[in-house]
Design a protein around this ligand. Structure first.
Ligand code: ATP
Ligand code: MG
Length: 260
């Protein structure tokens, strides 16, 4: 069984369909990319999975559990986390504190329980801090650990956001254009981090990305959206030679597919 199953998802905004009968699956342990021209519905799809948007119809399951029946915070506790197309960090908090906040869904003790059971809560806190420290090491964030996230260079903020998503111990991590606005070196670093998140941190990755070189290099499977519908789904090799995909991209972007 696939880790994530998306079936017949339709989402409309005031009568306009952003997603129409979308279905695809994400295998456990894979890096699966969701691509398509601007406005194709990629972010809307991630929003349906994470709980920011509620689709009009359809079904989404993570590990067999019905996500649409759960509020967004509950989806975090069962193993879902994400980054945003526009960076969403607590700008005034330090890097370390942003990572600790990222673990919120994993906090085993509420505030009152923490007061009553100081010992266990304290041990949980230590465990959270250790995980945050491991992530700081992994993403090479130690020079900025105590600095306010909002003041860091853009590429570093993108990394902190990745770390915040990773802090929640996700089974599935949704990444919305993690390379956007990065230079070549930063893009290569980010690609390496994404591979390691799958290989060393054991998370399955659903990636939205415009950089076709990155998508073709990293992905096990690619899902192509166009005008809110799935145009193709398969290996990078199959998708990039799919005639429907080639013509959609020839009309839209820089013919990245046809050229490679
Ligand atoms: N909150 C919203 N209210 C109204 N329309 C929306 C909303 N969110 C998305 N849409 C519309 O849904 C469609 C898909 O948008 P979406 O942001 O999902 O595209 P995308 O594939 O992520 O594009 P991009 O590559 O530019 O990020 C667009 O027509 C967009 O205007
Ligand atoms: Mg988007």
């Amino acid at each position: 069984m696939a880790l994530l199953e998306v079936e017949n998802i339709t989402l409309t905004f005031r009568g306009l369909a952003a997603l129409m009968d979308v279905g695809f699956s994400v295998e456990e342990g894979s890096i699966t990319s969701l691509i398509g021209p601007n406005g194709a519905g990629k972010t809307s799809m991630l929003n349906c999975i994470s709980g920011r948007y509620t689709p009009d119809s359809g079904r989404i399951t993570l590990d067999g559990q019905d996500l649409l029946a759960m509020p967004a915070h509950r989806r975090t506790t069962i193993g879902l986390s994400r980054t945003f197309q526009n960076i969403a960090l607590f700008k005034g908090l330090s890097v370390l504190d942003n990572l600790m906040v990222g673990r919120h869904g994993r906090l085993d003790y509420g505030l009152f329980a923490a007061l009553l059971y100081w010992g266990p809560a304290r041990r949980a806190e230590d465990r959270h801090r250790r995980r945050a420290e491991d992530i700081i090491d992994f993403l090479n964030l130690s020079p900025w650990r105590h600095q306010a996230a909002g003041r860091l260079p853009y590429g570093v903020q993108k990394r902190v956001e990745l770390g915040r998503a990773l802090a929640a111990e996700p089974k599935l991590i949704l990444l919305d254009e993690p390379m956007a606005g990065m230079n070549l070196e930063e893009t290569e670093d980010m690609a390496r981090y994404i591979l390691d998140i799958r290989d060393e941190w054991g998370a399955t990755v659903l990636l939205v990305e415009h950089d076709m070189g990155v998508v073709m290099d990293l992905s096990d499977q690619v899902v192509v959206l166009d005008f809110g519908s799935v145009l193709a789904h398969g290996t990078p090799e199959r998708v990039r030679t799919d005639p429907a995909v080639v013509s959609a991209y020839l009309g839209a972007e820089d013919a990245a597919f046809a050229g490679r």
